[in-house]
Design a protein around this ligand. Structure first.
Ligand code: SAM
Length: 218
């Protein structure tokens, strides 16, 4: 077991009240990752590092999932933490989100560029709005990742279409979700995702209410 609970919470933080932003350093996978979160830029839910992102990073570690050399696309990256960790571990990563979140992700990539350079490449950042422009993207991925992106039932069909397209060439999906009853997360994993995917519950954490699912296209 590489990750333990105390390592998934911020190791340091600094609050800059005049700009309503924080810089937190997370210790994941033996890496210190600094994430800038800008609460003054109307980023909404994209401004925060959500529990699911931390649990997904910890899951990579506990499963000893080999990420080096893998082609990875992250959906709804928010701050970019998950994709940045994957890229620091040697994956070729594209981090996607809605347009307003892109500059925050780019800033966090810059903050976490190793002095010696990225082991493979720096993560690439791109706008991907589920169900709208997913067809602009290739299907050549090893993994499709998402942390806390299952919370708006009206987007579930859009997310499903996006996942189907991205997985046409055999990518494996890993999604981490806080299972908020009122936001339909269980319904997504029980009824929506299984319409097109084989779905497996990989990890359940009753304390945090974060589940991790693996899905492969049928
Ligand atoms: C709860 S946040 C999770 C952020 C990050 N993955 C984490 O766990 O810290 C949800 C993310 O999904 C993005 N998002 C919401 N609706 C989206 C859509 N229709 N297309 C693409 N991204 C979307 C938001 O901008 C936000 O970054």
């Amino acid at each position: 077991m590489i990750g333990d609970a105390e390592h998934i919470f911020p190791a340091e933080d600094g609050l800059f009240e005049e700009t309503f932003s924080t810089d937190n350093t997370y210790r994941v996978h033996g890496l210190n990752i600094t994430i800038h979160q800008d609460y003054s830029a109307n980023l909404g839910v994209a401004a925060s590092v959500w529990d699911s992102a931390l649990h997904l990073c910890q899951f990579f570690e506990s499963m000893s999932l080999v990420l080096s050399g893998m082609r990875i696309i992250e959906l709804g990256g928010g701050t970019g933490l998950v994709g940045i960790v994957a890229a620091r571990l040697g994956a070729h990563v594209m981090i996607t989100d809605l347009p307003f979140a892109i500059s925050q992700i780019e800033r966090n990539i810059a903050l976490n560029t190793p002095l010696s350079g990225w082991p493979s490449d720096a993560p690439v950042v791109s706008v991907l709005s589920w169900g709208l422009d997913h067809c602009r993207f290739t299907s050549s991925w090893d993994f499709v990742l998402g942390a806390d992106i299952v919370y708006m039932p009206e987007t579930f069909p859009l997310l499903l279409d996006t996942l189907v397209h991205l997985c046409r060439d055999g990518a494996v999906v890993y999604l981490a979700s806080t299972m908020r009853r009122e936001q339909g997360a269980q319904d997504f994993y029980d009824s929506v995702l299984p319409q097109m995917f084989n779905v497996e519950l990989m990890q359940r954490d009753p304390e945090s209410n974060v589940n991790i699912y693996k899905a492969t296209l049928r």
